[in-house]
Design a protein around this ligand. Structure first.
Ligand code: ADP
Ligand code: MG
Length: 703
C-alpha cells in the first residue's frame, strides 16, 4: 500500500452506495428504490431486475465473479453461500454473466444445518433469504476472489425469523412508529421516521500467530483454558491509550483501509487496559447498518490479522487475570428531520419532550431489566459481567449529576425549575484554553449510562452480535412510548398529563437509577434491597425470554412470536452446553497430550538428577522436595481430570436442554476450574524449556 492514499476516494469503494445507484440507475427506478428504503414496501419486479443488472455490472467491473445472500443465523456470526454469475453457455459456447431481480430479492439456501431451536424440522428444511434494501450491498475481497454480498433476512417457509436481523428490523419499525407519536404530540409533524442510531466500540486482543498456533485452547475455544499469570499484568496502567507499537500500528492502518473500502467509518483506535488489548470505534449510524457493519468489523479484524502474522481474539475473556473485552453499544433515537430525542439541550429542565423520553426509558429499563441483561448474555460474557472489570450483572442506569438533579426535583416537587450548569474547567495555566465542562461526568462502572446525548449499553460482549441488544432496546422503548402516547393523545389537558406521566414514571421507577460505584459489594446488597434482578449467568438469564410480561411486549409490537422466543431460548441453552463441552474436551486433550507428559518428563529429569547428585555425594534436599511437590500436584491434576471426564459422561445422559445447560454451568465448569488450578501451579514449577505451551508473558507482552 502506498503512503499517499486518499481516504475520501477509498471510502465506500467496495459498496453499492446510494450515490452509485443514483448514477447507475434510471431516474424512476432510483426514486422507487429510495422510497422503499425510506418508507418500506416492495420494489416492482421490473425495477428489481434493473437494480440487479446495475449491481451485477458494477460488481463485475470491480472484478467480482460471485454473489451471495449474506445473512445472520442464530449462530451469531454471518453466513454466505456463493453463486457465480455464470449461466448456461449459448450454442457457440459463449457465456454471459447474469443476475436477475428474482435472484437479488430472494434466495433459498438449504437451511437444515443452521440452529433453529425447533422452529423448523429438518424435513422441511426450506429457509428463505430476503434482500434487506436498507443495508447496502458490498464486495468482499479475499482469497476466494471478489464476492458481491447482499445483506438479507433469513426466514422459514412459514415466515418465522431464523435470524438476528429480522427481529431487529421489526423492532426498528416499532420504535419508529411509537416515537413518531411522541414527537408529533410535541409539534414535530414533518418527521416521517425515527431511527435508532448506534455506535459500537469494539474491543479485541492481538496475539502472535505462531504462538496462537501452539495453543489448542486458543484455537478451539478462543480463550486460554490454562495459564499462570505473568509477573506483570495491567497494574501499571501503562497500556491504556499507550503509544501503539509498530507491528500493531501497521495492523491498524491496514484494518482501517479495509473497513473504509467497505463503507465502515472506522474512526477511533487506541490501546485498551489489558496488555495486547485494543479498541476500534466507527461513527454511529442506523442500527441495522451498524449491526451489519459490526459483523464486517469483526470479520475484517480477523482477516487482516493473518496478514500481519497476528491472530485477533474477540473472545470476552481470552486471558484470566487481565481485563476482558466488551462492546459498548451507544444508542440514541434520531428523527429524519434531525432531532435527537436524547439530546437534553442546555437546560434539560425546560425540555419537556426530552424529560418524557427519559422518563419512558427509565420505566422501560426498569420493567425489562431482566430482558436487557439477557440480551447481553453470551458464553464468554459470563466471565466478565459482575467480575469487577465490566459492568456488574445488575442492570442500573447512570444519569450524571445534572439529570440526576433534575429527576430529584421532579420526583420531590413535581417540577424542575433549574438545571445545574456545567461551567468552565480552569487549567490554571495561562497559555492553555479554559474548557467547557460536560454536564455529565463519566461513570465507567454503570451498565447503562447516559453520555451526553445517547445511552451507552456497556454490557455487551465483544464477540456477540449486537442485533439482540438493539432489538431489545428498540422494543422496550417502543412499548413505553406507546403507553405514554396512548395517554397523551386522549388527554384533555396535555401539559398536565405530560407532567403527571413524567413524575409518575420517574417516581415509580427511580430504583433503577444508580450513580455510585457499580463494582462495589455495597451496590450488590443495595440492588437486592431495591428488588433489582441480579442474573449471574447466561443460562439463568434465559428465563427472561419467556416471562409473560416480555412475551406480551414482543408480541404486541410483532417483534417476536412466542414460538420464536422459545426457539431463541433453546438455541441459547444448546450454544452454552456445546461451547462448554468444547472447552472441557480441549482441556482434557491438552492435559493428556501436552501438560501431563511434560510434567512427567520433568519429574523424570528431576529423579535422574536426584540420583546423580546423591551418588556424587551432594545435598539433594531441594531436588527431592521439588520432585515431591511436582508429583503431588500431578496426582492432584490427574484426579481433577478423571472427575471432569466422568462428569462429561454424565452430561451426555441428560436430555432436557435446560437441565443439560445447567449441568454444564454448575458441574462441568466447576470441574474445569479444579483442573486448571493444579495445572497452572505446575507451570510455575516446571522448567520453562520443558513447558509445552507459550505462557501468558509470551503471549501478552511479546506481540
Ligand atoms: P468513549 O468515550 O465511550 O470511549 P468513543 O468516542 O470511543 O467514546 O465512542 C463513542 C461512540 O458513540 C462512537 O461510535 C460514536 O460515533 C457514538 N455516538 C456518538 N453520538 C451518538 C449518538 N447520538 N447516538 C449513537 N451513538 C453515538
Ligand atoms: Mg464507551
Amino acid at each position: 500500500m502506498s503512503d499517499n492514499f486518499n481516504v475520501e476516494e477509498m471510502f465506500g469503494k467496495n459498496v453499492f452506495t446510494i450515490e452509485k445507484m443514483r448514477v447507475l440507475l434510471p431516474r424512476a427506478v432510483y426514486k422507487e428504490v429510495r422510497k422503499v428504503m425510506a418508507e418500506g414496501g416492495e420494489l416492482s419486479r421490473t425495477s428489481a431486475d434493473v437494480v440487479a443488472k446495475a449491481m451485477k455490472d458494477w460488481a463485475v467491473e470491480q472484478g467480482a465473479t460471485h454473489y451471495t445472500h449474506w445473512f445472520q443465523p442464530l449462530t451469531g456470526i454471518t453466513a454466505e453461500k456463493h453463486d457465480a454469475f455464470v449461466t448456461h453457455p449459448d450454442e457457440e459456447g459463449r457465456m454471459l454473466l447474469e443476475f436477475s431481480g428474482k435472484e437479488l430479492i430472494k434466495g433459498e439456501p438449504d437451511a437444515s444445518s443452521f440452529p433453529s431451536g425447533g422452529l423448523r424440522a429438518t424435513f422441511e428444511a426450506r429457509g428463505y433469504t430476503a434482500w434487506d434494501i436498507t443495508s447496502p450491498a458490498f464486495i468482499k475481497e479475499d482469497a476466494t476472489g471478489k464476492i458481491l454480498c447482499i445483506p438479507t433476512a433469513f426466514c422459514s417457509y412459514t415466515g418465522e425469523a431464523l435470524d438476528k436481523k429480522t427481529p431487529l428490523l421489526r423492532s426498528e419499525e416499532a420504535v419508529s412508529q411509537q416515537a413518531l407519536r411522541i414527537v408529533k404530540l410535541f409539534g414535530n409533524t414533518t418527521a416521517k421516521k425515527v431511527t435508532a442510531s448506534v455506535g459500537l466500540e469494539q474491543e479485541y486482543f492481538l496475539v502472535d500467530r505462531e504462538k496462537y498456533l501452539k495453543r489448542e485452547d486458543l484455537i478451539f475455544a478462543g480463550r486460554t483454558l490454562f495459564g499462570a499469570p505473568a509477573p506483570k499484568g495491567q497494574e501499571l496502567e501503562d497500556h491504556y491509550f499507550g503509544a501503539i507499537r509498530e507491528r500493531i500500528g501497521a495492523y491498524m492502518k491496514d484494518l482501517n483501509v479495509e473497513l473504509w473500502k467497505l463503507g465502515v467509518t472506522a474512526k477511533t483506535q487506541h490501546n485498551e487496559v489489558a496488555p495486547a488489548q485494543h479498541e476500534l470505534a466507527p461513527i454511529y449510524e442506523d442500527d441495522n447498518v451498524a449491526v451489519d457493519h459490526n459483523q464486517l468489523v469483526m470479520e475484517t479484524m480477523k482477516k487482516v490479522a493473518g496478514r500481519h502474522g497476528l491472530t485477533c481474539l474477540l473472545h470476552e475473556k481470552p486471558f484470566a487475570g487481565v481485563n476482558g473485552s466488551g462492546k459498548h453499544d451507544n444508542w440514541s433515537l434520531i428523527t429524519d428531520n434531525g432531532v435527537n430525542l436524547l439530546d437534553p439541550g442546555l437546560t434539560p429542565n425546560d425540555n419537556i419532550q426530552f424529560l418524557l423520553v427519559l422518563a419512558c426509558l427509565v420505566k422501560a429499563v426498569d420493567e425489562h431489566a431482566d430482558l436487557l441483561r439477557q440480551s447481553a448474555a453470551d458464553v464468554g460474557n459470563d466471565h466478565r459481567l459482575g467480575a469487577n472489570e465490566a459492568p456488574p450483572a445488575i442492570i442500573s442506569m447512570f444519569l450524571g449529576d445534572q439529570l440526576q438533579d433534575v429527576v430529584e426535583q421532579l420526583v420531590s416537587t413535581g417540577t424542575a425549575k433549574k438545571s445545574k450548569k456545567s461551567g468552565k474547567l480552569e487549567t490554571g495555566v495561562s497559555t492553555l484554553p479554559d474548557l467547557d465542562k460536560d454536564a455529565t461526568d463519566r461513570n465507567r462502572t454503570s451498565p447503562f449510562a447516559f453520555t451526553g446525548n445517547k445511552f451507552e449499553f456497556r454490557m455487551v460482549g465483544s464477540n456477540d452480535s449486537v442485533a439482540g441488544p438493539n432489538t431489545v432496546l428498540n422494543a422496550i422503548a417502543a412499548e413505553a412510548f406507546c403507553e405514554a402516547a396512548d395517554r397523551l393523545e386522549k388527554a384533555k389537558d396535555f401539559d398536565k398529563e405530560v407532567h403527571d406521566i413524567i413524575k409518575e414514571y420517574l417516581t415509580d421507577h427511580q430504583r433503577i437509577i444508580f450513580n455510585g460505584d457499580g463494582y462495589s459489594q455495597a451496590w450488590v446488597e443495595e440492588a437486592e434491597r431495591r428488588g433489582l434482578p441480579n442474573i449471574r449467568s447466561m443460562v439463568e438469564a434465559v428465563d427472561a425470554l419467556l416471562t409473560k410480561k416480555n412475551v406480551k411486549m414482543f408480541e404486541k409490537f410483532k417483534i417476536f412470536t412466542k414460538a420464536e422466543l422459545a426457539s431463541r431460548a433453546e438455541v441459547t441453552y444448546e450454544t452454552y452446553s456445546k461451547t462448554i463441552n468444547i472447552e472441557a474436551l480441549t482441556m482434557i486433550d491438552m492435559s493428556k497430550k501436552q501438560i501431563i507428559p511434560a510434567v512427567m518428563a520433568y519429574s523424570g529429569k528431576l529423579a535422574e538428577t536426584l540420583i546423580a547428585v546423591k551418588e556424587a555425594g551432594g545435598d539433594v534436599s531441594v531436588i527431592s522436595e521439588n520432585l515431591k511437590s511436582v508429583t503431588a500436584k500431578l496426582a492432584e491434576m490427574k484426579e481433577a481430570l478423571d472427575k471432569l471426564q466422568k462428569d462429561l459422561e454424565k452430561a451426555g445422559s441428560i436430555t432436557d436442554e435446560k437441565k443439560h445447560a445447567f449441568f454444564y454451568k454448575d458441574t462441568i465448569f466447576t470441574d474445569m476450574s479444579a483442573l486448571r488450578t493444579p495445572a497452572d501451579e505446575l507451570e510455575m514449577m516446571v522448567d520453562k524449556k520443558m513447558w509445552p505451551l507459550p505462557t501468558y508473558g509470551d503471549m501478552l507482552f511479546e506481540v
